[in-house]
Design a protein around this ligand. Sequence first.
Ligand code: PLP
Length: 371
Amino acid sequence: MTDNAQARAARLIHLRRSGYSLGDPVPLPLTMAATYHSPGDATGYNQYGRFSNPTWDAVEKVLAHLEDAPCVAFPSGMAAIASTFFGLLKAGDRVLLPSDGYHTTRGLAERFLGKLGIGVDVRPTASFLDGGFAGYRLVFVESPSNPVLDICDIAAVAKAVHAAGGILAVDNTTMTPYGQRPLDLGADIVVAADTKAPNGHSDALFGHVASRNEDMITAVTDWRLTSGSIPSPFDAWLVHRGLETLEVRFDRMCNSAELIAGRLKDHPAVHGLRFPGLEGDPSHNLARIQMQRFGFLISFSLASAEQADDFIAGCELIQPATSFGGVHTSAERRACRGDAVGPGFVRLAIGCEPAEELWLAIKASLDRLSA
Ligand SMILES: *Cc1c(COP(=O)(O)O)cnc(C)c1O
């Protein structure tokens, strides 16, 4: 971790310190409220639960500290993404999305934006700069892309998109602000599913939008208030708790992923291994420049769908489940989710188990396949 990231992580824990009164609880109180005491037509107070909530404010303050930018909380990653589409686009605009990114982002655009007169194009992450960005109001990048883990040069894309008069949004879910900082690379907006590593305990969905552009923050805040796409205060409280340990968990997960990817490379059952941290990986050289960490997602293929299912179900320290970023190492065969990958393609999401134990369990399950 850089000195900056260390300073950010250390201070995150103490963000609430200056606001305490004598006898206040040190942990964040949860405010469950649809209504607030609000006589007359007072402004500047909480009035209604769709407009504001102190527990949202607290989690947004932590997220803003992490992103070094104002943040708006949403009930899921998709709700955050939807706020950028519906809050920022109008009829006649065009958007560009990765063809190999999170499939629901494409689904949302293709099924709902077209009907509003907004054009949608897609392009692979690995060659995202090819073709330029003329005519796009919003360009949306996911790097590394989920699940194949291709990356693109975010700073170069930001420069080219701005030169063409558009805005750049980056889905930073797979990396978190500890692993990659798209706003510092020139992106206008970050969206993220805090459902994943930031909450980290697989028990809440959550998302946020971060931006240093005031008009964009105003637009997505207005979308949230008006559409009612608001997070539950309890989920905000859970994510606040999760964020306090994100740095410890993320560091463990990234370290373990580096160790395990390096060993998977030499296992005879594994082919097509992808991990941005591996020397020789197509993403590696650029990853070293634009990412702080290489992340905790690894992808590879086994000989068949049956082998992949056997490997996942037969490993005592892998939880068969979709999603990633929880304390459990988990894996899934992504062809089941409709991604354009082969039948034996596995996305392995490293969790918080001690790395050597985890490797032994993974190796045992792979060795069983080839036996
Ligand atoms: C999970 C995920 C999302 C969607 O988040 P939800 O909280 O499930 O709505 C968006 N983008 C990426 C890259 C994801 O992995």
